[in-house]
Write a protein that binds this ligand. Structure first.
Ligand code: CAO
Length: 429
């Protein structure tokens, strides 16, 4: 069976998280991803947060599966020549360097486009055109500047960043969509284009409901926020709403059996209007079904604290998994707070390929996250990340068709790394 992106060659000039997540997705969908890395160090994450000495970190291995790695010094004239040859034959160049880095390497859009008018150049930057466009950015910078931090946390606490990589991985996913869209457009425009995914914009896009609320705030209180029911006035910006639901169905994180010792013995409980009667019955408060203060959603808004306190007095008698069972039988939407340990022990996630065990020649077996999007005609085989420069020879000879003499000349020039580095790489394989 052919892969959806079979035949597409990606020149992967990405590092850290946002770019690598994007190209890994494309690799799972069948693109040939050639990761260009700086000799000696490679992608900086190879050596960051290592759990095993001298072995590629999980930070790296989990973002770079199904790719090939070539080491190239982009500042060496021979390395630049190889890059030009790769640009000639690739469909997409993806990069997430700091603003201006690619230009300083000598690869401006104009030059890349002149080499290959059909290539798509896709970039992650911290910001789009504007006052911050020259600034570097990391995950939490994006969360703070994209509206996530100011709306996350408790009302009386400081802004919080979330553990989910919405700035990095979130932007990478946005970029992947931009790339496949540009590839599709190229099938009738016959030319490449630039694709830009600024991290601030991606986070703001994910904070869409808060942008909604900012505009609603101009016309009155946000009645579904618990602070409304508690009589606390709103200021001029969307407040942090703790665990309030972002939609019109009030919800809250509630304690479950064992919460005193287990920090994750909690469940998210949604008082969905459609099943209010069932909620009242299951928690033993049938009287609320006809009580004028509780029967209709608008009336309930000023009683949310009492409602959730009462529900919690019931949930605390059961484990989060027992509650999942009881509540789903009644069609009541809820979600147990699953720890990373819970998730990594979940056989169902392995069965669907969302969690995958892969073998690595240096670290042994590790768990990685496979494609979270499943295509019925694309069976993905998740493969380990490449070692630094593992495919340098293969790419020079098989992909670029260079002869042995040219390869030897290139290596002697230091374009793929110093002699000592090449000897180290060679001896470790
Ligand atoms: N050969 C030679 N040089 C190379 C090279 C190669 N193969 N690959 C990278 N380099 C060089 C670059 O040319 C650059 O050198 P100069 O500054 O001298 O031009 C240098 O490596 C560093 O690049 P950088 O500025 O992108 O890296 P940094 O570690 O200083 O910053 C980051 C990292 C992420 C803050 C920055 O790249 C950035 O803001 N990127 C855009 C936003 C983004 O993607 N952030 C998400 C990161 S995930 O948390």
């Amino acid at each position: 069976m052919t892969k959806p992106l079979e035949g597409i060659k990606i020149l992967d000039f990405t590092h850290v998280q946002a770019g690598p997540v994007c190209t890994q997705l494309l690799a799972w969908f069948g693109a040939d991803v050639i990761k260009v890395e700086r000799p000696e160090t490679g992608d900086i994450t190879r050596s960051q947060l290592r759990d095993i000495p001298n072995v590629d970190s999980l930070y790296f291995t989990m973002m770079n599966g199904n790719k090939r790695s070539i080491t190239l010094d982009a500042k060496n004239p021979h390395g630049q020549q190889v890059l030009e040859e790769l640009i000639k034959i690739c469909d997409v160049l993806v990069e997430n360097f700091a603003p201006g880095v690619l230009d300083r390497m000598g690869f401006t859009w104009e030059k890349i486009h002149a080499i290959n008018s059909k290539i798509i150049v896709a970039s992650v930057k911290g910001f789009g055109p504007g006052p911050f466009e020259d600034c570097k950015a990391y995950e939490n910078v994006a969360q703070c500047t994209g509206g996530a931090a100011s709306t996350t946390g408790f009302r009386d606490g400081i802004p919080l960043v979330t553990g989910a990589g919405i700035g990095d991985s979130g932007t990478g996913v946005h970029l992947a969509l931009g790339i496949v869209t540009a590839l599709y457009q190229r099938t009738h425009s016959w030319k490449g284009q630039r694709v830009l995914a600024p991290m601030q914009d991606a986070v703001l896009n994910l904070c869409r409901v808060k942008v909604r609320d900012q505009q609603r705030l101009g016309r009155g209180s946000l009645t579904e926020y618990s602070q409304f029911g508690e009589g606390i006035p709103f200021l001029d910006a969307v407040p942090r709403s703790a665990n309030d639901s972002g939609g019109a169905q009030p919800g809250k994180v509630l304690k479950c059996k064992g919460w005193e010792t287990d920090p994750n013995a909690y469940i998210y409980f949604i008082t969905q209007a459609q099943v209010w009667d069932r909620i009242c019955k299951v928690i033993g408060r049938e009287d609320w079904i006809s009580d004028p203060d509780f029967a209709k959603p608008p009336k309930r808004l000023t009683h949310l604290r009492e409602i959730f306190d009462t529900i919690e007095a019931w949930t605390v008698g059961y484990s989060k998994f027992e509650l999942m069972d009881i509540l789903n039988k009644e069609n009541i939407p809820c979600g147990p707070v699953l720890s990373m340990k819970d998730l990594l022990e979940d056989d169902a996630l392995y069965a669907t390929g969302t969690l995958v065990k892969v073998d690595h020649p240096e670290r042994g077996e590790y768990v990685t996250i496979g494609p979270p999007v499943k295509l019925s005609d694309n069976v993905v085989r998740v493969e380990r990340s490449p070692l630094l420069g593992e495919h340098t020879d293969e790419i020079l000879t098989d992909v670029l068709g260079l002869d042995a003499q040219r390869v030897a000349h290139l290596k002697a020039s230091g374009a793929t790394g110093s002699k000592a580095f090449q000897a180290r790489v060679g001896s470790s394989r």
